[in-house]
Design a protein around this ligand. Structure first.
Ligand SMILES: CC(C)(COP(=O)(O)OP(=O)(O)OC[C@H]1O[C@@H](n2cnc3c(N)ncnc32)[C@H](O)[C@@H]1OP(=O)(O)O)[C@@H](O)C(=O)NCCC(=O)NCCS
Length: 183
């Protein structure tokens, strides 16, 4: 449920300029960041994996944006390489520094997961903080023998299922992100 004081809604084109600033500010002091996340968001918006309904903002009544989340389509190649499962990548998640630790990130993840589940998606991957994402059901991908295409610590390569049994279907697969994530 949305917290008092702000609402969560789908991103609109009129938000794009504000989002560039918000995302840059959210990641400014994050040591692992390349400080290019706002450019990644722009590239995803121009790509095939972009799903407008799964791009959300937290907004104050006056129009100030406090947070943003983006889930976009990727896939998981199953062992043997013949079949692939559709999945989502959560990237990035941003909350303005002055508004962090007030539940906004949690509200954005929960709403995005609910929308994604209702749209029929079963799995979401994230390259993210090992202490943050497990509260939303994320587990180490390696626990399901899933490989990630990033040279990142094992505890940061995470996956959550939105439907019971989905992780069993994905076991042993390879997570494939589209090229926009590597430009
Ligand atoms: C990570 C982020 C999205 C969390 O949003 P938020 O609105 O501050 O988070 P919430 O208020 O919902 O949750 C707060 C909890 O998250 C924890 N948390 C916040 N940032 C964290 C981080 N970088 N690593 C681990 N835990 C973190 C807080 O310690 C707090 O824990 P508690 O509930 O046990 O007290 C936000 O801090 C942010 O934008 N950070 C900079 C950008 C970033 O790192 N994005 C994530 C990329 S994967």
């Amino acid at each position: 449920m949305d917290r008092p004081g702000y609402r969560i809604r789908q991103v609109q084109p009129t938000d794009y300029a504000k989002l560039d600033v918000l995302i840059e500010q959210a990641f400014r002091t994050v040591p692992e960041s390349d400080h290019q996340e706002q450019l990644l968001v722009r590239r995803i918006r121009d790509s095939e994996g972009w799903i407008p309904e799964l791009s959300l903002v937290a907004e104050l009544p006056g129009g100030k944006l406090l947070g943003h989340i983006l889930l976009s389509e990727i896939h998981i190649v199953l062992p043997g390489g013949a079949a692939k499962l559709p999945a989502l990548a959560l990237a990035p998640l941003s909350v303005l520094p002055a508004y962090q630790k007030q539940g906004i990130g949690t509200a954005l993840v929960c709403k995005a997961h609910a929308r994604a589940g209702a749209a029929g998606f079963k799995l979401v991957v994230v390259l993210g903080h090992a202490n943050y994402y497990p509260r939303f059901g994320y587990q180490r991908a390696s626990a399901w023998d899933l490989s990630f295409p990033f040279a990142a610590p094992d505890e940061c390569c995470l996956i959550a299922q939105l439907q019971e049994g989905a992780l069993h279907q994905a076991r042993g697969g390879t997570v494939r992100y589209p090229s926009v994530f590597f430009e």
